[in-house]
Design a binder for this molecule. Structure first.
Ligand SMILES: *Cc1c(COP(=O)(O)O)cnc(C)c1O
Length: 392
């Protein structure tokens, strides 16, 4: 065990099951550990490092804004904040943006916005329907929104106002909708919950149901946004538009920032009804603006789409040659490989030996969420390593 691992054990709360690697440097899709060993990074900071590690655009924006103005509070106007809001609004279905510091906080804001809408337009309705297997964050409220017992039980009782229903079932949603319901909140693809791709037509049916019931549709695009699925936002794949959506992971290129955005209909906050000290600070917004501008200008989404298609075909070949793989599923650059037994840990550790980082998603599955700037050679290298590990 390295000195850093020992110190972590001594000084850090033991909530993470760490992979046995201490990373000290990154460049593009590659990272290096303390012994100088190189890894191809198919975790990418959990879908955060959209442009890979230490992209020059990120490094430059950090340095420039760091020497100009980093934090002002939201008592004053902020140029990078307004610029980023404009860029996101002009490139999405939303009309207004609000910036926070994490995904969890973005979802909290979205739910507060939906509750305000319920107070103002739905006779005080406050309940938000979410699905089993979803993941919406780690605050108490977002733990209640997250439809997974293992996250909720250690902290019972849960805050009220959330109803978890069966995923990908329009009937379950309909049954759970009452006069108290103000919104439905979903991930376009359940990511942490297992990379569960909804059946054809489901999101359209949900959109129709929300319209018919007069309630809001919130999409949690924290993992799926910013090109991850091969479209700038996940909702574009399904031919629908949410009333509110959230984003975070990929938008800062590694710098913490989150956002919730709304259409005019749902843009109901008044002065003083929501706030944040750090959210929307010039440093994070300038970096995110640089990242988003780069993503749009250099068709990073197109690369994610093309590499996603290539990865999909390589994974399907991999499955054909590996009887222990029962399913490969995903879209764009978000994939899960599921095995017929609990070999996720062994595959994750075997990949480390081969110089590849993958995420153990479940006891019997691993997840691939590489940076959006990967090349065909990177895909080939990753799939070769996976094959060697899985078939041995
Ligand atoms: C990661 C994630 C969150 C939580 O984001 P944090 O930045 O960890 O708070 C919420 N929803 C989805 C879909 C996520 O993938």
């Amino acid at each position: 065990m390295s000195k850093w691992m020992e110190m972590e054990k001594k000084y850090y709360m033991p909530t993470f099951q760490r992979m046995p690697v201490v990373l000290v440097r990154g460049q593009g899709a590659r990272v290096w550990d303390e012994a100088g060993r190189e890894y191809l990074d198919f975790i990418g900071g959990l879908a955060v490092n959209s442009l890979g590690h230490c992209h020059p655009v990120v490094a430059r924006a950090l340095a420039e804004q760091g020497q100009t103005l980093t934090q002002t509070s939201n008592l004053l106007y902020s140029v990078p904040q307004v610029q980023l809001a404009q860029l996101l609004v002009e490139n999405s279905c939303a009309d207004k943006a609000f910036f926070v510091n994490s995904g969890t906080e973005a979802n909290e804001g979205a739910v507060k916005l939906a509750r305000r809408y319920g107070h103002l337009h739905l006779d005080g309705a406050f309940e938000v329907i979410t699905t089993f297997g979803s993941f919406h964050g780690r605050s108490l409220a977002m733990t209640a929104a997250t439809g997974q017992k293992r996250f909720q039980e250690p902290y019972a009782p849960m805050p009220s106002g959330f109803v978890n229903v069966e995923a990908n079932s329009i009937e379950a949603l309909k049954k759970a909708t009452t006069k108290q319901t103000c919104a439905v909140m979903l991930e376009p693809i359940q990511a942490e919950g297992g990379v569960i791709v909804p059946p054809e037509g489901y999101l359209k049916q949900v959109r129709d149901w929300c319209d018919r019931s007069g309630i809001l549709l919130i999409l949690d695009e924290i993992q799926t946004g910013v090109g991850r699925l091969g479209s700038l936002f996940g909702y574009q794949l399904y031919g629908i538009e949410p009333d509110i959506f959230t984003m975070a992971k990929g938008m800062g290129g590694g710098v913490p920032i989150g956002a919730f955005l709304a259409k005019t209909r749902a843009d109901v906050f008044k002065a003083g009804e929501h706030g944040t000290t750090f959210g929307g600070n010039p440093l994070a917004c300038a970096v995110s603006h640089a990242v988003m501008e780069y993503v749009l200008k250099y068709d990073v989404v197109g690369n994610a789409q093309r590499m996603g298609t290539y990865l999909a075909s390589c994974l399907s070949d991999l499955k054909a040659g590996c009887p222990s793989i029962v399913e490969v599923r995903g879209r764009g650059l978000l994939w899960a490989i599921e095995f017929d037994r609990d070999m996720g840990e062994a595959v994750m550790l075997g990949c480390i030996e081969k110089g590849l980082l993958v995420n153990k998603l479940k006891p019997n599955a691993v997840r691939l969420i590489p940076p959006l700037i990967i090349t065909r050679q990177d895909v080939d290298q990753a799939v070769t390593a996976l094959r060697e590990v899985i078939v041995r």
